[in-house]
Design a protein around this ligand. Sequence first.
Ligand SMILES: Cc1ncc(COP(=O)(O)O)c(C=O)c1O
Length: 405
Amino acid sequence: MPGFELWGEEERKEVNDVLETGILMRYGFDGPRKGIWKSKELEQAICKTFGAGYAQLTSSGTSALTTAMAALGIGAGDEIIMPSFTFVASFEAVLSVGAIPVLVDVDQSLTLDPEAVRNAITHKTKCVMPVHMCGSMADLDALQTICDEHDLILLEDACQSIGATYKGKYVGTIGDAGTFSFDFVKTITCGEGGVVMTNNESVYKKCDEYSDHGHDHLGVDRGADLHPYLGYNYRISELHAAVGLAQINKLHKFLEIQKKNHTQLKNILSQIPEISFRTIPDPEGDSCTFVSWFLPTEEITRAVVAEMKAQNILAGNFYWYDNNWHYIRKWNHLKESASMHPFSPELKQALHENVNKDFSPSDAIMSRCISTSISLLWTEQQIQEKGEKMLASIRKVLRDSTVSK
Ligand SMILES: Cc1ncc(COP(=O)(O)O)c(C=O)c1O
């Protein structure tokens, strides 16, 4: 999914603008910065590109989630319903504001199963946080309906799905707030960075304050700013924002290439009738960072992974079921509340109950799933060769499994 693959002159030019003034901080220093405000410019570009009312840049996608939760008033004792398949950052952010991550099953969309969300609602539920995994989206209509019925906040973790749309709107701009990550391996990158988007001015204002030690940013003199709320330092630097500014101008080109390469590879894999593909609630809106596909059983899937490894073609293919970072099965640190600083007994107890559950519906899906990441650099011929090698490995395993029956 990486914008870093098409790095060039544009990024260097934006960074050099900042280096020439020497003002690497996004706030203040109005004189010496000579009119260079890369973070502000990138926030405006984000609003324009994605149709968000407001955008607040942060130092990472993780800090964007934390900032959004704080600004939405989510905290101690609140339950946030989130999926069993995501990156660890999603629950890290929940824990960072003292809230309780309530993990529930995913369906064939590899995102929140709306029925599982319904079943997990309690009087403590404050927020539903779909994670738009691997470039595609959750069923936002179904989740919005649930949130409306139960008066819950909808916070979209769209960190992995920059440029994906749902019914004509960009994911991350549909809920009460949404976030992107601009870390090094995202569709567009700042090196490190993130953003909170919202259409609610008061939520935006709080994000602006929270991510800069609570500064109200009303004065011209930074030292004289007041601090109505406590905050932290989750600021982005001008250097990182400069990189993002060059990258956002290339977003549509990246998406176009991704879609083209994705279509070609998916068509090749479709030749095998035993393969099925992830459900996409709005297929037009897939940002196409990955092709995610299923095999009939866990045993066959494991054998295909082993065969692709033996053929030296496993790179870029992810078997999330065994992955330490993306699926509940390997999150022992979370299951054991292995925090360096003590949690309150209430949080520890609630966490224990909510993560040490049966996730067999998720297991049944994730144990059969492989996601193939799409490169911007592939030629048509390379995709053809790659696809054919994948077909050969898959067919071999399917043949062997029929013979052994
Ligand atoms: C789903 C999801 N949420 C949050 C994050 C956190 O983003 P960052 O690495 O910028 O902190 C990531 C990063 O990979 C992610 O995949």
